[in-house]
Design a binder for this molecule. Structure first.
Ligand SMILES: [Zn+2]
Length: 684
């Protein structure tokens, strides 16, 4: 069906016409940014202000972003690099084959705005027709099932939200590491969390009003009659769904998950036609499921039977429009941004189209794009150096475990065993995903996106019939992030985060350990935090701690939760210390681990003063600057409601729990961040 020469020519023509093809900005550099500091602020009063105040004062958030900082700068740089790589691939012309051709076609088709515009809603019509033809609850279940995708990830990336009725995650069993199972999660909401539907906070009430208007606009654009009535029906149905949803904090409880066999699904969650749903989802032959939300899933099943069929049909239709909107004509793209960009995140302007196209391509063909990125930007020398740094951090963590006064010998032995079997992935996976089975057609932007999501789903379902692969990656190499995988007892550090300003082979140790080292330590410590402490060396959910050890850990954790509960970015809103507890423990532990590893790397010699700062000062300043970020009010409110991570400004202040920070900056008892020695949280 495809002519690869045509595709390559088409891509090239489009790229040549791109106004955004400005020369790439100079690459980001590592080292302390002295101009970005504000030395008029005492480090003991406001460490984030001291390390980042100058930058905060002088840097506006770009109008197409909800937040701006090191993460987004690096992500922008990565996108520019990927765009240039794709351009080169296109220039190869007929030499482009296989994955390169697919990457080129996917991107070029998305960029051909005129062709997309001329088709209007036509690409979505077959799907809307199928929804219109739904005549009974069996049809409803079939369509609900056909829409399920591998779109959530509870323990690795903590993506808990899906607009589909259920989210599916495929990985090894919580209590059975020997094989993979499907996990079912609650879903069905168009807004990010149940809070948006049930909260009485005036800000949330205002977002709800805007959501209703947005739903009405989407129905109108898609040519439906009575858009206002339909919008109300959808909001009513989603509010009923939100009321039976578990909260964000409840969803983090690994002990609430249960296993149900195929028969129990129907008997314990009556309402839905499960045979129709599971058959359409390709899950009907699965004997056992992990049910992550054993209260919400039966309640959702009941709503599928009790709520009017017409409400469900409107819900299906508008969700289909929302999903397709970024790949349809401009009016859909703009209305989608109007709500999901402006109202939910406070972002004034949309990002340039090429950036969106790059992200969609990078998600659809993740490993294929990653391979290109790694070949150009991740030399073997960097991989080897970071692997050595990881080994140092693991051994420093081991020494910390040995030195813990509160830990019993039994627990200590198991902790060391878990550390010894930790599998660390640096840069990119050992095995790449094969995209031979993915069809990418020039000229079919929406179809390409849908086939890619289905391909990913099928690739995940295939794991149900394969041996468990502990080396599986859960981030692409071009992702600016890092992740701990509790069920695999493994870590992924993608190539795109092992870059300046986090890491540079040429930067000094104080910098590399303060920034990248603390990130590595953070991920290592997740294996031993409130979640990780519940998974053993094989990744099995099993209590390997003695009761006394767990009691000590919980008491220390509570103090950290209280520390974060006290942070109030707005008078009406505080950080949720429990929702963010795992991440905050990891920040404290990671920073301590990296501090130790830094001194091991120095062989306990003093690091000379540079730029007027001692080695320890530079280490902590690098850490503070690695959290450099500005965020809009709407986006910050959304983060606090839905995210397991505390706002970056408070993460920079993690230093207040570390004794060496007090010595490095002569922090005194009268200063705002000061904690008496007994109040500093010491877990590891
Ligand atoms: Zn984390």
């Amino acid at each position: 069906m495809n002519d690869r020469n045509l595709a390559a020519t088409l891509l090239f023509a489009l790229l040549a016409a791109l106004p955004a093809c400005k020369p790439a900005p100079p690459p980001l550099t590592a080292g302390i940014d002295i101009a970005g500091m504000d030395k008029s602020i005492a480090p003991g009063d406001d460490f984030n202000g001291y390390t980042n105040g100058g930058w905060i004062k002088n840097t506006p958030i770009p109008s197409d972003k909800a937040s701006y900082g090191i993460f987004s700068m690096l992500a922008d740089q990565t996108r520019t690099r990927l765009r240039d790589l794709i351009q080169e691939t296109a220039k190869a012309g007929s030499a482009a084959a296989g994955d390169a051709r697919k990457i080129g076609d996917f991107y070029a088709t998305f960029m051909d705005e005129a062709a997309i515009q001329s088709k209007g809603i036509a690409p979505l019509k077959p799907e809307l027709d199928a929804i219109r033809a739904v005549k009974d609850r069996r049809d409803l279940a079939r369509i609900l099932g056909s829409e399920l995708r591998a779109d959530v990830d509870v323990l690795n990336n903590t993506d808990l939200q899906t607009p589909n009725i259920f989210g599916v995650w495929v990985t090894q069993g919580l209590t059975d590491p020997s094989q993979s199972y499907p996990y079912l999660l609650q879903g069905g909401l168009g807004m990010p969390d149940r809070e948006y539907y049930v909260s009485t906070n005036p800000h949330m009430a205002d977002v709800r009003k805007q959501y209703l208007e947005h739903l009405q606009a989407m129905f109108g654009l898609a040519g439906f009659t009575n858009p206002a009535e339909r919008a109300h029906r959808v909001l009513d149905l989603e509010t009923a769904i939100a009321k039976v949803h578990a909260t964000r904090v409840e969803s983090e409880d690994v002990h609430s998950a249960v296993t149900w066999n195929r028969r129990e699904l129907a008997s314990k969650a009556p309402g839905l036609d499960w045979t129709a749903l599971l058959t359409a989802a390709g899950l009907n032959d699965v004997p056992v499921f992990y049910i992550w939300h054993p209260k919400a899933i039966p309640a959702l099943s009941k709503l599928a039977a009790s709520e009017p069929l017409d409400s469900w049909k409107d819900w299906l239709a508008v969700h289909a429009v929302e999903r397709a909107a970024p790949f349809l004509a401009k009016a859909f793209v703009d209305e989608s941004f109007n709500f999901y960009g402006k109202a939910l995140n406070g972002t004034p302007e949309q990002r340039p189209r090429w950036q969106r196209g790059m992200d969609f391509t990078s998600n659809a063909l993740g490993d294929a794009v990653g391979k290109l990125y790694v070949a150009r930007y991740f030399p073997p020398e960097t991989k080897a150096k970071v692997q050595a740094m990881v080994a140092d951090l693991i051994s420093a963590f081991g020494r910390r475990i040995d030195a813990l006064s509160w830990m019993s010998p039994e627990t200590r032995q198991k902790a060391k065993a878990k550390l010894a079997t930790l599998k660390v992935g640096v840069g990119y996976p050992d095995h790449w995903i094969d995209y031979a089975g993915l069809e990418v057609n020039a000229g079919d932007a929406l179809g390409n996106q849908e086939r890619a999501a289905l391909f990913h789903y099928h690739q995940q379902l295939a794991k149900l019939h394969q041996p468990v692969d502990r080396s599986e990656w859960w981030m692409t190499p071009q992702t600016v992030n890092a992740v701990n995988l509790p069920l695999q007892n493994a870590l992924n550090f993608p190539a795109a985060i092992i870059q300046p300003p986090y890491y540079d082979v040429k930067a000094d140790d104080a910098h590399n350990y303060g920034a990248m080292g603390a990130i590595i330590g953070h991920e290592i410590s997740h294996s031993f935090d409130d979640q990780g402490s519940q998974f053993d060396a094989q990744g099995r959910l099993a209590n390997w701690w003695t009761k006394d050890d767990m009691d000590h850990f919980k008491t220390a954790s509570e103090a950290l939760a209280a520390q974060f509960d006290a942070y109030k970015p707005f008078p009406d809103l505080a950080v949720n210390g429990h929702q963010t507890l795992s991440e905050n423990i990891a920040d404290v532990a990671g920073l301590l681990d990296s501090y130790d590893a830094y001194h091991i790397a120095l062989h306990d010699a003093a690091d000379p003063v540079k730029d007027g700062f001692t080695g320890d000062q530079r280490f902590f300043i690098s850490f503070g600057q690695s959290w450099r970020d500005k965020i809009r009010e709407e986006a910050l409110r959304r983060q606090i409601a839905t995210d397991g991570h505390a706002p970056d400004q408070y993460r920079a202040d993690t230093v207040r729990n570390i004794d060496a920070w007090y010595a490095a900056f002569s922090v005194t008892g009268s200063q705002a961040l000061y904690l008496a020695s007994k109040d500093r949280v010491r877990i590891w």
